[in-house]
Design a protein around this ligand. Structure first.
Ligand code: TIU
Length: 219
């Protein structure tokens, strides 16, 4: 029985917290701090940084309710052997030295998750070479083993890694609720469009709601 109900778009989202994971996408310094990958791509990181307190509140409540918590990080091995030339061609800052270490490289300070959202012991961290969290990772087998049916999705950036992950999850049969103010894009136009693209057409990729509406449903 799904006992928790959230006021969401395009209609109420119901879930069983025991079969639901909170998925926090790529809240890394590389996207939320100066000198990282986000800035190297020509963006202002103000919007991605600004959602940290909201995501922190959601994370703390999810911990209190013993939900499955999954953190993801986009990045590559130090030898860049998992970096497709086609990706490097259009993101040529990857692997270069920045103020937080080599950009988007595992083990570097900039690649890690921001202090406020650091994973706790027992929480799952998925390192991914692509935009989607399912591609070349163990995410699907972890979700299957834990009997997860629904995902609450936060993180950055909404139109890139959050969207790719939600689309991958939707095709695999997971129901996704994206938190509108728990996600951010560098440009508000992308944020607005990305939200609409999830909940349009009867919820073509899933549902969207506010962090507060989700928190209310946990109580
Ligand atoms: N460029 C951009 O908006 N995002 C990414 O490259 N990665 C994630 O979204 N994490």
């Amino acid at each position: 029985m799904r006992k928790n109900v959230v006021d969401a778009k395009p209609f109420e989202f119901d879930y069983d917290p025991n079969k639901t994971a909170l998925v926090i996408i790529d809240m890394q310094r590389d996207f939320c701090a100066p000198g990282g990958f986000g800035e190297a791509l020509g963006n202002d990181i103000t919007p991605t940084k600004s959602i940290i307190p909201t995501v922190q509140k959601v994370l703390e409540e999810a911990r209190k309710h013993h939900m499955t918590i999954i953190h993801t990080r986009e990045g590559h091995k130090p030898d860049l052997s998992d970096l497709e030339p086609a990706k490097l061609r259009r993101s040529d800052s990857i692997g270069k030295k920045g103020p937080m270490g080599r950009i988007l490289v595992r083990g570097e300070y900039g690649h890690d998750i921001v202090d406020e959202l650091q994973p706790m012991k027992g929480e799952i961290v998925i390192d991914k070479p692509g935009k989607g969290a399912f591609y070349k990772t163990r995410l699907q087998s972890i979700l299957k083993k834990k009997g997860i049916e629904s995902l609450i999705v936060c993180g950055v950036t909404t139109h890139v890694c959050v969207h790719t992950t939600i689309r991958e999850a939707n095709d695999r049969g997971y129901e996704c609720l994206m938190l509108e103010d728990g996600t951010a894009a560098f440009d508000p136009r992308d944020q607005e469009a990305a939200i609409r693209m999830v909940n349009q057409q009867g919820g073509i990729f899933g549902w969207t709601t506010s962090a507060n509406a989700f928190l209310k449903s946990l109580k």
